[in-house]
Design a protein around this ligand. Structure first.
Ligand code: SF4
Ligand code: SF4
Length: 345
């Protein structure tokens, strides 16, 4: 892994703001957990206040507005404009493609850096098995409409055993749709995925290494920017926990603010919104866990999804798990890698 990737991403400030938790879909491995994240739609006045507090704390952060399905929030355009006024470096909206409340007509391309659409299969039946009937058609239709109105479009693809083989088909699909960036994500066992015991959908290190880098490089060769986490570190590769070095905020409508998404099922958030203030919570929170050095790499992976680990007969781990927040741009075959901003969860 190029050293610059870690350094660059580790310096970025990113706010992932869940404006509500409600969604029209029920994806098989949705990470939203209403018990932990609340059920309310955050009023626009609170969104504006919280955005201002975060902007004061981390000026020039990248902002991702998400949910649930964030376009179900009728005041999303007002949230975008507030973020612009407050000086956020970029504003992205993550969506499942249904684009409620005529959002494309209420925003101009200059106000949003990108709409990021979630798709989990290059074939309709694969995606819809994971995300629900009709989700594929709605997503592609949403992408086409967004492109037609001049918006930049990214795609988020959560790689699993159910769809890894279809990465080869994804390149031509994305080229045809005019998608500019692809974020590959590793499946996290949180929310519904944890409750449903979806560990079997995760790729083994061998399967990841055999399939994903080559397929990602082929897509990058089409001129699409491909961004992926370093899931399994090679021996000797540096391990960095973004929780210790970076400035990420995962904000939920019940006021919880996490620094690491793997913690989100548990009440160990570092910060909380209370009234007019954003306050650091006393120990024990995720913050104290980030400081632990373990041979397995990511401490939260060890705690919340230990079945992703394997050990050698002598005892040490067979591999280390990298930080899912630190991502790199996959170069087309033969090029050198370079660091990127982690603009997707
Ligand atoms: S993963 Fe996203 S689109 Fe799917 S149910 Fe959860 S919030 Fe909705
Ligand atoms: S995913 Fe692991 S390595 Fe990354 S911030 Fe969380 S605890 Fe740290």
């Amino acid at each position: 892994m190029p050293g610059s990737t870690v350094d660059f991403s580790a310096r970025a400030a990113n706010v992932f703001f869940h404006v509500l938790t409600r969604c029209n879909l029920r994806c098989r491995y949705c990470y939203i957990n209403p018990e932990a994240h609340g059920r309310r739609r955050l009023p626009i006045e609170a969104i504006e206040r919280w955005l201002a507090l975060l902007a004061r704390r981390s000026p020039g952060a990248n902002l991702v507005l998400l949910g649930g399905e964030p376009t179900l929030h009728p005041d999303l355009p007002r949230a975008v404009r507030a973020a612009r006024r407050l000086g956020y470096a970029s504003v992205t909206i993550d969506t499942n493609g249904y684009l409620f409340h005529r959002i494309l007509e209420k925003l101009a391309p200059g106000e949003v850096d990108a709409f990021s659409f979630s798709l989990d299969g290059a074939a309709p039946e694969t995606n819809d098995r994971l995300r629900g009937k009709g989700a594929y058609a709605a997503c592609l239709e949403g992408i086409r409409r967004a492109r037609a109105r001049g918006f930049a479009v990214s795609l988020i693809y959560t790689v699993s055993a159910a769809n890894a083989a279809e990465l080869e088909l994804l390149g031509p699909l994305l080229s045809g749709l005019g998608v500019e960036r692809l974020f590959l994500q590793v499946l996290g066992l949180r929310g519904r995925a944890a409750a449903a015991g979806e560990a079997g959908l995760r790729l083994s290190p061998e399967a990841w290494r055999a399939k994903i880098p080559a397929a990602a490089a082929a897509i990058a060769g089409r001129g699409i920017r491909v961004v992926a986490p370093r899931v399994f570190l090679e021996p000797g590769e540096p391990f960095v926990c973004a929780g210790r070095t970076a400035d990420n905020y995962f904000v939920f409508p019940n006021g919880r603010v996490y620094r690491c998404p793997l913690c989100e099922d548990h009440p160990i958030h570092s910060l909380a919104f209370a009234g007019e203030r954003l306050t650091e919570r006393p120990p024990l929170t995720e913050r104290e866990l980030f400081a632990l050095e373990i041979p397995e790499g990511c401490v939260m992976n060890r705690l919340v999804q230990p079945d992703t680990l394997r050990y050698t007969p002598e005892g040490p781990p067979a591999y280390r798990i990298g930080c899912c927040l630190i991502k790199e741009e996959i170069p087309p075959r033969g090029d050198c890698g370079r660091g990127v901003e982690p603009w997707s969860r």
